[in-house]
Write a protein that binds this ligand. Structure first.
Ligand SMILES: N[C@@H](CCC(=O)N[C@@H](CS)C(=O)NCC(=O)O)C(=O)O
Length: 349
């Protein structure tokens, strides 16, 4: 009854692909090139990358009288499989069983002149076009809602099909809505899954804060820095915080108490990209997760092996995106062959 008209399951949409270099190569040749306006334009005069605040901050609520009331088949999620922020929302959507209630579009991993674009699965395996608004680019969705929009055209983006507008484009808020707003439509087990339990909120918030600033966003501040000073100001804190997480996970399964919470999900999407991308591409190379952080590695495998999570990790999109879209950092668009540690090595749950 609550199935959307064209049900998307993660098995279908996130089907695992083998990494195909010839495929990546073909796609590179056909893309247009970006100039200075790209990544360098994101840093400020002092060489520091400063992330913009997300603009759309409404909430979906369980209350049926709310402006954005939780309803099956009313909302649509736009993500990139490459993006760590969007990845959070894909994980919570999947774990809570919201794939039955909320549709999904996945952009092409290449993000060049016009930003994120939609492609067919033939053009870009793993992509899901926009069957709701039939947009060519994510920017079209922002302009549809506000023709004068001047912010960045980011994913994730949560769309309301009823009011034809963007509800929210901030991942940390989208995962909170997914965590509770739709519970009445879910099975008991799914509804009881709580990634932000009341009694742990203080501790989760406290961990999220420094992890966001120095790790999630810290790798970007290092990688997008355009001066030596800005880079060094940001790269040491990344490793100071990774050392702190490593200690914290000594003899412990999760970041907060003994419970799998949103703090783990938010950090996981950065760590899974660390060795294959951030270590080289963003110059975060004092240590790798695989050889420098045994506790974090084990924790990463534990999360990766939870049912439903592996299917949300698409290494082709992750590597293809960073190495081919950030032309100022990697003008040759050559993609390194390493894919990071083997996350299938079994660990205790
Ligand atoms: N604070 C936002 C950040 C989202 C974000 O920066 N997404 C990136 C992809 S990793 C994006 O879409 N960037 C496109 C752009 O800035 O033009 C969130 O957590 O949702």
């Amino acid at each position: 009854m609550y199935l959307i008209s064209k049900p998307f399951t993660l098995k279908q949409t996130f089907s695992k692909q083998l990494f195909s270099y010839s495929f990546l190569l073909k796609r590179t040749m056909s893309t247009t090139t970006t100039t200075k306006s790209g990544i360098l334009g994101w840093a400020s005069e002092d060489g520091e990358f400063r992330r913009q605040q997300s603009t759309f901050r409404d909430n979906i609520e369980a209350d049926e009288n709310a402006k954005f009331a939780a309803e099956p088949d009313r909302y649509h999620l736009y993500i990139s499989m490459a993006c760590p922020w969007a990845h959070r929302t894909a994980i919570v959507r999947q774990l809570k069983g919201l794939d039955k209630l909320i549709g999904l579009s996945v952009v092409d991993y290449l993000m060049l002149d016009k930003g994120w674009k939609f492609s067919t699965a033939e053009e870009c395996p793993g992509a899901i076009p926009d069957t709701i608004n039939h947009a060519k680019h994510v920017r079209d969705l922002y302009f549809k809602v506000n023709p004068d929009y001047t912010g960045r055209f980011t994913v994730p983006l949560l769309w309301d099909k009823k009011l034809q507008t963007i509800v929210n484009n901030e991942s940390s808020e989208i995962i909170r809505m997914f965590n509770t707003a739709f519970n009445k439509f879910l099975t008991k087990e799914q509804a009881e899954l709580d990634f932000y339990p009341e009694e742990l909120r203080k501790e989760i918030d406290e961990k999220n804060e420094w992890i966001y600033d120095t790790i999630n966003n810290g790798v970007y501040k290092s990688g997008f820095a355009t001066t030596q000073e800005a880079y060094e100001n940001n790269v040491y804190p990344v490793f100071k915080s990774l050392d702190r997480v490593e200690k914290l996970l000594e003899g412990k399964k999760y970041l907060v108490q003994e419970q799998f919470t949103e703090a783990d999900i938010r950090l996981f999407t950065t760590i899974v990209r660390f060795d294959p991308v951030y270590f080289g591409h963003f110059k975060c190379n004092l240590k790798s997760i695989e050889f420098g952080y045994p506790n974090i590695l084990k924790w990463t495998r534990r999360i990766y092996q939870k049912p439903g999570i592996k299917e949300t990790v698409n290494m082709d999109h992750i590597k293809g995106h960073y190495y081919k879209s950030h032309l100022q950092i990697n003008p040759t668009q050559v993609v390194p062959v390493g894919t990071g540690p083997d996350l299938d090595v079994l660990v205790d749950q």
